[in-house]
Write a protein that binds this ligand. Sequence first.
Ligand code: FEO
Ligand code: CA
Ligand code: CA
Length: 637
Amino acid sequence: MGSIAENTLDNDLSFDEFDEENFPRPNDNDFDSVIESAISRRGFLGASLIMGTSAFLLGTSSFVSKAQAKSTFDFEGIAANTLDTITLPEGYQWQTVVKWGDPLWSNVPDFDHETRGNATSQEKSFGDNNDGMALFHKDDKNIFVCNNEYTNLKLIFGNRASNLPENDDDILKGMNAHGISVVELKEEAGKWEIVKDSPYNRRITPTTPIELTGPVRGHDLVKTSADPEGTTTLGTWNNCGNGRTPWGTYLACEENFNAYYARPNEDYKPGDAFARYGIGGKTRGLGWEQLDSRFDLGKEPNESNRAGYVVEIDPMDPEATPKKRTALGRFKHENAEVVISKNGEIVVYLGDDERGEYLYKFVSASKYDAKNPNHDILDEGTLYVAKFNDDLSGEWLALTPETTGMENQAEICVYTRQAASAVKATTMDRPEWVSSNPKKAEVYCALTNNKNRGIKPNKGGDETPVNAANPREANKYGQIIRWVPENGDHAALTFSWNLFVLAGNPVVNKTGLQAGSENINAGNMFNSPDGIAFDTKGRLWIQTDGKYSNEGDFEGMGNNQMLVGDTQTGEIRRFLVGPREAEITGATWSKDLKTMFVGIQHPGEKGQGESHFPDGGNSVPRSSVIAINRKDGATIG
Ligand code: FEO
Ligand code: CA
Ligand code: CA
């Protein structure tokens, strides 16, 4: 086992760039298939798929033409900017609710900008890089649950010259910055704050016991020396988006879980099964393997089969053991959008955020009974993967031993990517959040970008030619796809689909696909949609995690932002601009809908002093959750 530095790849890379360098693949997409798809792409444009044209498909859901459409938004869209603060439309205000390192208990010291905390303080404080979030309501209590996806080495170890952990306490501090934070919130005189010492407050970290449930439980692939039965794992990390269930639980989705496992030596060559998931190369430098042999692939090769799942958490019971619901598959989970089918099955839509990977859904075997809910309903059901046909129809392909050739469901739920490849699903441009329209049976997914589209196969060797759903080679701006399940039933096996928006830059590219769809203009352009969430009125909130250079292809887009879309007319307005080098991610609302909570993740992520959000001065920039209100006290959701 080498030193942390020897095992570490450049940390300025994003998770997807990092995996790309760690597991390089040749550019060998079949050129003929690219040409063929480009031709069908022209047909597809000819069929008026791009928004705003009259023959827009999807039956009754076509956009109203621009001339007829009257805006339904009651705010003026704001201009892009590169300021180190939050910018909102006239009539709205924001406040910080909780930040990385804020203590959840009163016997824990406040965040120390010199040391940036230690393992003990971090274990009892709000984690780093807040992402998916949900506010639960019980009587007059507000219980806030939030993912703490990862940590930026240059920020958390910015007090060290190496920008790496330098002792065991540093390593444990980094670990404790990951996981989930559960904290009660209260609002007093218009000010939202955390309730220190609330009995609901809890930190779930990479060492918290978590039960493995569903098909994978007890399978040989998840047995380790510490858990020879394969039933209980420790901890969760890199929790990206989230979900919430009708029975009141929170779903935390494990995304880039892979680069935490260290190779035993430089000559180590991971097998195909590991390589598909980006496991077995260099790590991101957190050094967990130095503290815990679970993270040493030479010692515990099965350990990495125990991550990459959706974790269910009961926010109302801080003693409850969280459960990894393995029936929902193992991949780089983005979020988990839960809906109920016409017949009462629980349906969960799930994206796998990696270039050329897939979009999934799970349909429970039993029906949901609101009066007497089966709390383990997510353990049994069928996992499907999406196929988007170029004629705007789509199919859900079941992943079973019969369809995949795999031995049993456990294997499918560990090697879900390989199962999806076996049934020839559609490779997608990095499926991020999925959100379902509360007003009708219609579902949206953000496809953030994909520089390999039409250039390289995915990690499993599946070709990724341009197609109607992913229509741009080397897609740099992203798109939002939407589908209507047949007969309005989320359990149906077929659907029709189209694109709600093709992001682009119509100033830099006057015409063509790089200009974006008709609902993109100089005043609302953005790149890399990531978080999406519907409010109760059926408006789609769109958050970005993209290029913030404000130069070249991205000139005029400014910092990452949040916009609102009217899914009937197609209109999109910019509502929020975030601080420098931050991503906007995660959204939830107060019970009275007068407050919207939004996540500001990794301001100043490069560690070069560009951002001091939110404390200002010369402070360490800190990921934060903010609350947004209308100044007139009206609702915002
Ligand atoms: Fe954590 Fe795909 O974003
Ligand atoms: Ca995301
Ligand atoms: Ca992201």
